[in-house]
Design a protein around this ligand. Structure first.
Ligand SMILES: *Cc1c(COP(=O)(O)O)cnc(C)c1O
Length: 407
């Protein structure tokens, strides 16, 4: 018997069941199948609406399908999408200039994914160490922090201390020294004549939104300057408005030598990442020494430029700072009522749930039933990172839902 093709929409359950045998199981998504979205709201195939309190791990800082970003993408789709870097195109210089100005650094290396930006930062630091600092061949080291998350490539997972991310993917890339996060003395002790760079997240997102003590980032800046090594800030998740400032390092008025950006830089439309660096550092790269077929393509450059444009007025940053206070006070009210601790800056929070009430996963599932989408990180911690376009009412609605789920 043959089944007639059906015109009816398939259910979430049947779509989830259908993908299981053909899709790698490297994720364990919540059982929601999204088919439409706008702003802070997503809709599943059954037409249920959810408030997106994850925002693609900050890839959707401007919400889903922000009109200015969609318009920039449409316009570019109608003109030019890809040239490769074998030729110039008319959008890349403008993108690089805008991004350099936004970050206060000099030169931009466009890539695609966050992990590629991290890899590129590592390569840049090593080359700078040999050619400028004078580190003996193949001796360069990079100091990283425990609990880090910088992506999924073989080199990057080599210096991860997350066993799941690392196990059975060896042999591992050498040249990294791990020190505890937020421990300046340990960091200083790990730096020596071979050190090319210190690579850290200004706030550790994946680890549960771990915010270092005041003075840590300034201390990293001072230690790296003193030792003549580079300070690389991975702002892929913390940057571009999330914490109430353009960059999270601004909370300590610190300017790194190299900034890694990604996620929100693509406006939730295309993968766009970048390494932004001081001229003296970026200048070690010459033709043929690094590259990417898609890096800095016209569509990416058009969307990336529109993203930078959105950030130039400071509106998103100040909205994130203002609503960050609402988030902070809402979570403070939940302390002792299911929330054991939380860490928050701007519109970004890691919330530790009383393990007796469930794992981060079960809390996330219950929040989903309440129409709010979040993601657990480790154990009983959930991460809140709504689009920066969220209204105060939407935010308090989400916090109230969390309160109900924990009650
Ligand atoms: C997400 C993330 C990355 C990796 O980005 P991908 O685009 O997933 O490769 C790197 N660093 C940090 C801090 C991140 O949050």
């Amino acid at each position: 018997m043959t089944t007639a093709p059906t015109k009816t929409r398939r259910s979430s359950a049947s779509l989830i069941e259908a993908e299981a045998p053909v899709l790698a199981h490297n994720y364990h998504p919540l059982p929601v199948v999204i088919s439409r979205a706008e702003g802070v709201w997503v809709e599943d195939v059954e037409g249920r609406r959810y408030l997106d309190m994850l925002a693609g791990y900050s890839a959707l800082n401007f919400g889903h399908r922000h009109p200015a970003l969609i318009e920039a993408a449409h316009r570019q789709l109608d003109a030019l999408t890809l040239t490769s870097r074998a030729f110039h195109h008319d959008r890349l210089g403008q993108f690089a200039g805008a991004l350099a100005e936004l970050t206060g650094l000099d030169m931009v290396l466009p890539m695609n994914t966050g992990a590629e930006a991290v890899e590129s930062g590592i390569k840049l630091a090593r080359k700078w160490a040999y050619e400028v600092k004078g580190v003996p061949a193949d001796q360069a080291t990079i100091v990283v922090a425990g609990g880090n998350f910088h992506g999924r490539t073989t080199t990057i997972i080599s210096f991860s201390d997350d066993d799941e991310a690392r196990a059975n993917f060896g042999p591992y890339t050498p040249g990294f020294r791990t020190v505890p996060y937020n421990d300046l003395a340990a960091l200083e002790a790990a730096i020596d004549d071979t050190t090319a760079a210190v690579l850290i997240e200004p706030i550790q997102g994946e680890a549960g939104v771990i915010i270092p003590d005041d003075g840590y980032l300034a201390g990293v800046r001072a230690a790296t300057s003193r030792a003549n090594c580079l300070f690389i800030a991975d702002e892929i998740q913390s940057g571009l408005g999330r914490t109430g400032t353009t960059l999270a390092v601004e909370h300590e008025q610190v300017v790194p030598d190299v900034i890694l950006l990604g996620k929100a830089l693509g406006g939730g439309i295309v993968p766009v990442s970048a390494v932004v660096a001081r001229r003296e550092v970026m200048s070690v790269l010459g033709p043929g020494q690094h590259g990417s077929t898609f890096g800095g393509n016209p569509l990416a450059a058009a969307v990336g430029t529109a993203v930078v444009d959105l950030l130039t007025t400071g509106e998103f940053q100040s909205h994130a700072a203002d609503l960050g206070k609402v988030l902070h006070s809402g979570l403070t009210d939940l302390l002792g009522k299911g929330v054991t601790a939380f860490r928050a800056r701007g519109l970004w929070a890691g919330v530790d749930i009383d393990p007796a009430l469930g794992t981060g996963r079960t809390i996330s599932e219950r929040l989903m039933s309440e129409g709010v989408l979040v993601k657990d990180t480790h154990g009983s911690t959930i991460r809140l990172a709504p689009p920066l376009t969220i209204t105060e009412h939407e935010l308090t609605t989400a916090i109230a839902a969390l309160g109900r789920v924990l009650a």
